[in-house]
Design a protein around this ligand. Sequence first.
Ligand code: PBG
Length: 325
Amino acid sequence: MLSRPRRNRQSAAIRGLTTETHLNVQHLVFPLFVLEGANIRSEIRSLPGIFRFSPDNLLREIDECMNLGLRNFIVFPAVSDALKDQTATYSYAPENFYLRLAHEIKKRFPECCLISDVAMDPYSSDGHDGLVRNGEIVNDETLPILAQMSLAQAEAGFDMLGPSDMMDGRVGFIRQALDEKGFTKTGILAYTAKYASAFYGPFRDALDSAPKSGDKKTYQMNPANKSEALLEADLDAAEGADMLMVKPALHYLDVIHLLKENYQLPIAAYHVSGECAMLRAACNNGWLDFERAMPETLLSIRRAGADVILTYFAREFAERFPNGI
Ligand code: PBG
């Protein structure tokens, strides 16, 4: 035997030399849920270990993460039903607590990267990402609403906007609206290949944002499709997206790989709520070892080609692996 692959595995030092994939806290984005009020820290039933915070506690959480070297956050608002309507007007209302909080976060932590969610669902009485008319989610009439929401978010200080709505043409529409108002530095993290997935359940529990009727299959992608992800990526890249995202992550590693091989833009992957919940449940049951399964899971997403990973385990990774893996 001339070739013995085990020679390169025989000690920690040699394994260190031959490690192909690295993961560091700087690659991670921590999703956070915020709701109005004070002194609230309520655990999400279907996503143990993750909380909905009132703004005061969310600022504390961010402070603690920053001290761990974790400085990228995507924030989602849980809006009370009384503030929801068909056209999502609260999404750009001046008194919107989410926008005020963004302003406060960037004032206190100017060096963080703060990312928003652009979609109608947290603010919509229909619970859909786009405008509902006669039971249909209408595309072109949704775009100006998304643009208005985007401008309000840019104004509030978000560094990057994350359109998660999957309407056609929205990246270009938002980019143009931002540029016209001088927000040329505000980035767009496009949810490029976002699938109509069963793995968003705990997220919808957290925000109470499940669709009131129907499902999201007329705008989110069919889980069976891969070539279509290239079409979406072509459009988002041409429309000015700064990063392309695949979502979910673990069940779509092939799509992450495909986009990484075909685009020069950074590729992000969203390790979504249901994917995190599965692992957490198995670990809490004593069936898997969180200390080993969590880093291996994140590494697999990175190995597939993700430059950036959005994961509910970001803080726990930062606590355990300050020097990365
Ligand atoms: C809303 C949105 C969803 C997620 C991110 N933004 C839910 C959905 O599309 O229904 C899911 C994230 C997760 O499950 O962690 N536009």
